[in-house]
Design a protein around this ligand. Structure first.
Ligand code: CO8
Length: 263
């Protein structure tokens, strides 16, 4: 296990095929400023080409996961600076959403604005009982710019997304699960152990099928059904030709555990 600071406020722990990235800015509830966003973006670019890492856990510190963009940076900022921050956030968040690795967001506290949007880019969202999630940008006279208006309705439906976004209210952990915006609520102490167990379970699966399974669902939901079904068959056909599929079938017939090569 190795721990590195990618930035004074971003701590990366590598353990085998699993990375854990913790936003460490307790005094501002994890709010992301331009420098943290840059460091996050650079790490995500590196990760997208990393074939050793197969799962990423994102989490925060103390009461905050990420309480959004750093609002102090918006104060008096020029239009050009504001726009540049939004562009960089979009690039980073989009890159997270299409990572080949499985992504698990362990929401330990406030996930607001860009923080909720960051979680929405992940494959799985686990929430601590004390977590509060929301898109309060409307209270600043703004709207979400990190995908909240687009990714949230896809998970919870248009009407609930409008209710959350236009009121700016914070939803509780159990509401997030009820609405389909999170997978499970956990006691605070159980949050990271559960995220780690989940990551271990997933990285033990056949590597190519794992990342293709993620892709076929994420890309397929954007397609008309018949195109999605064709896509599914094409992916399955290609998987059948992999060494892992040969190994998986052989292991089943031979009543032994498979040993995946990831090819
Ligand atoms: N930016 C900067 N500082 C923050 C932020 C933030 N988003 N959130 C909290 N802080 C700071 C507070 O200013 C305070 O600092 P200090 O101690 O120096 O006064 C410290 O964190 C602790 O916060 P509070 O004292 O306010 O703690 P409370 O428990 O009383 O309240 C709240 C917690 C309710 C979370 C409150 O802090 C709050 O409402 N924060 C703002 C949340 C918000 O509006 N977030 C959305 C920001 S806009 C956005 O994210 C747009 C996204 C654009 C694209 C994606 C980019 C990432």
């Amino acid at each position: 296990m190795s721990e590195t600071r990618l930035h004074p406020n971003l701590v990366l722990t590598r353990k085998g095929a699993i990375h854990e990235l913790r936003v460490d800015r307790e005094e501002a509830l994890g709010a992301l400023n331009f420098e943290i966003m840059e460091a996050l973006g650079a790490y995500i670019t590196e990760l997208s080409a990393d074939t050793e890492c197969r799962a990423l856990i994102l989490t925060g510190t103390g009461k905050g996961f990420v309480a959004g963009a750093d609002i102090t940076g918006y104060h008096g900022a020029s239009q050009a600076v504001f726009d540049a921050f939004q562009r960089r956030s979009r690039q980073t968040f989009d890159a997270i959403a299409v990572l080949p690795q499985i992504t698990i967001c362990a929401v330990n506290g406030y996930a607001l604005g860009g923080g909720f949007e960051l979680a929405l880019c992940c494959d799985f969202i686990l929430v601590a009982e004390c977590a509060k999630l929301g898109l309060p940008e409307i209270k600043l006279g703004l709207l979400p710019g990190g995908g909240g208006t687009q990714r949230l309705p896809k998970l919870v439906g248009r009407m609930r997304a409008k209710e959350i976004l236009l009121s700016g209210r914070f939803i509780t952990a159990s509401e997030a699960v009820d609405y389909g915006a999170a997978l499970e609520v956990l006691e605070a102490d159980a949050l990271l152990p559960r995220a780690r167990d989940m990551a271990e379970m997933l990285v033990a699966q056949a590597p190519v099928a794992l990342s293709e399974g993620k892709r076929v669902i994420d890309d397929g939901v954007e397609m008309p059904l018949s195109a999605g079904l064709t896509f599914e068959q094409r992916v399955l056909g290609a998987l059948y030709a992999t060494d892992d599929a040969k190994e998986g079938i052989d292991a089943f017939v031979g009543k032994r555990d498979p040993v995946w090569s990831g090819t």
